[in-house]
Ligand binder design. Structure first.
Ligand code: ADP
Length: 444
């Protein structure tokens, strides 16, 4: 028995039963990415634009000054250390700030500047002197709503009279309370209650409506319907914006239902390649042998930083215990940990405080740890029936061509998995050399 899950990058993964509790939680993964992200994700692709009205001129900006923002907002942007708009912001900001307001559907992978863009749009459209909700942003979870709120607070640091309020479960406001804050960020269910049951928000006064993380949103039961009910009550002149990290058909259908007359902006994801990666395999009798082989190469892998992948959570735990008992310094990134705990482990790893990280697919999926130069597949990624999982293999080992560094990959292969490995080699048309683990000199 196995469970199919959708990863944060939109790909599909089959999880075997003993890993079932390790199923990817899209919202948690997205939060994790936000917690560990320190800078923009680069992309060599061009932004693709589909205009609502193809005859109207298309503007892009190379500086924030060109946007003619309020002084205090510009100050906030520079205080955050932003020097110039990101790739997606170059195109999205002029559309978002246009008069009359334009609707927008934007898709690009996480870390490309979407949140900063819509926060800027909300802050520039808000009237600080009017004390009622004017901007409404829907997020899939409480934690993600808080993250967006932090960006509003940072960027709006000098917009002193602009305030944020969270419409999230647990924030209980008595019916009919007069809300004086201008920006509301919340989850669809609670926002719906605040609008219709508690009459806290007058939707007819909303000027900017943002639906963030649409792909995560439609993954949560009921959230699409809640969002659509909210959207239907907005005035026609309200600006409607939707953002998503992935763009499968389901997201697209939802986006088209909820955003009328949209402009569409897309930034394709960098593709992964194995070109710069030297790949090896060590043939082993059974698990103990694989462990021994790993210990033999341990000295070499700790020259850089390494991630060791196991197929199941149980295996990852076993391996960690063995290695620690043998005096190796490794840390385990496990699905059992909270998002905050995971973020802190990844942070330690990034800071170089940990050299070796042991993890499972699901845990590390969608998280880029750029400085990793060595990847060990303690277990080869396979689907049901021992069919190799090509995509996961590429994901673990591949690097984006332009920004990627050279790397090393080791596969610990039990004899019966050799055919799967050969299939992987053929599939990617890239050679995986056999290595005798006792003789590390073979590594060129
Ligand atoms: P997304 O919403 O697409 O995941 P974010 O807006 O959260 O992306 O941006 C990712 C990271 O890049 C954040 O740390 C953010 O502060 C930073 N960032 C966003 N826009 C810029 C910019 N124009 N210049 C520099 N850093 C930026």
């Amino acid at each position: 028995k196995s469970t199919t899950v959708r990863n944060i990058d939109g790909s599909i993964n089959n999880i075997k039963e003993d890993d079932e509790d390790d199923v990817v939680d899209l919202a948690a993964n997205s939060l994790l990415n936000k917690l560990i992200r320190q800078s923009l994700v680069e992309s060599s692709h061009h932004v693709e634009v589909l205009q609502k009205d193809p005859s109207s001129p298309l503007y892009s900006v190379k500086t924030f000054e060109e946007l003619r923002l309020k002084e205090e907002l510009l100050k906030g942007i520079y205080a955050m250390g932003f020097n110039r708009p990101s790739k997606i912001q170059e195109m999205a900001l002029p559309m978002m700030l246009a008069h009359p307001p334009q609707n927008l559907i934007a898709q690009s992978q996480s870390g490309t500047g979407k949140t900063a863009a819509f926060v800027l749009a909300m802050l520039s459209r808000v009237n600080a002197l009017e004390l009622f909700p004017q901007c409404l942003c829907l997020a899939p979870t409480y934690e993600l709503a808080l993250q967006t709120g932090r960006v509003v607070e940072q960027m709006g640091k000098f917009c002193v009279d602009v305030q944020v309020m969270y419409a999230i479960r647990g924030n209980r406001i008595p019916r009919g309370t007069d809300i004086t804050k201008q920006i509301i960020i919340g989850t669809p269910g609670t926002v719906l209650d605040w609008c219709f049951k508690l009459k806290l928000i007058d939707l007819t006064k909303i000027r900017v409506f943002v639906l963030d993380e649409a792909d995560v949103m439609i993954d949560t039961q009921g959230f699409s319907d809640h969002s659509i009910r909210i959207q239907r009550a907005l005035p026609s002149e309200c600006q409607m914006l939707l953002f998503s990290a992935t763009f499968e058909d389901s997201v697209w259908h939802f986006a088209e239902r909820i955003i009328p007359d949209p402009n569409v902006i897309k930034l394709r994801k960098e593709e992964l390649t194995l070109n710069n990666i030297r790949q090896y395999y060590v043939l082993c009798e059974h698990r103990k042998d694989k462990y021994q082989a790993l210990c033999n190469i341990y000295g070499s892998i700790t020259i850089g930083q390494a991630i060791i992948f196991c197929q199941t959570r149980r295996n990852a735990k076993w391996l960690t215990v063995e290695m620690v008992q043998d005096g190796h310094q490794v840390s385990l990134l496990s699905g059992e940990l909270t998002v905050e705990q995971r973020a802190s482990i990844i942070q330690r790893f990034r800071d170089g405080k940990e050299k070796v990280l042991i993890t499972t697919n699901v845990c590390a999926r969608g998280i880029d740890v750029k400085q990793v130069t060595i990847v060990v597949n303690f277990d080869l990624p396979v689907k049901q029936g021992e069919e190799p999982d090509y995509e996961t293999y590429l994901h673990r080992i591949g690097r984006t061509g332009r920004f990627g560094k050279k790397g090393l990959a080791f596969n610990m292969i039990e004899v019966d998995k050799l055919p799967s490995l050969m299939k992987i080699q053929d599939h990617f048309n890239s050679s995986i050399k056999q290595l005798n683990a006792e003789d590390m000199d073979e590594i060129e």
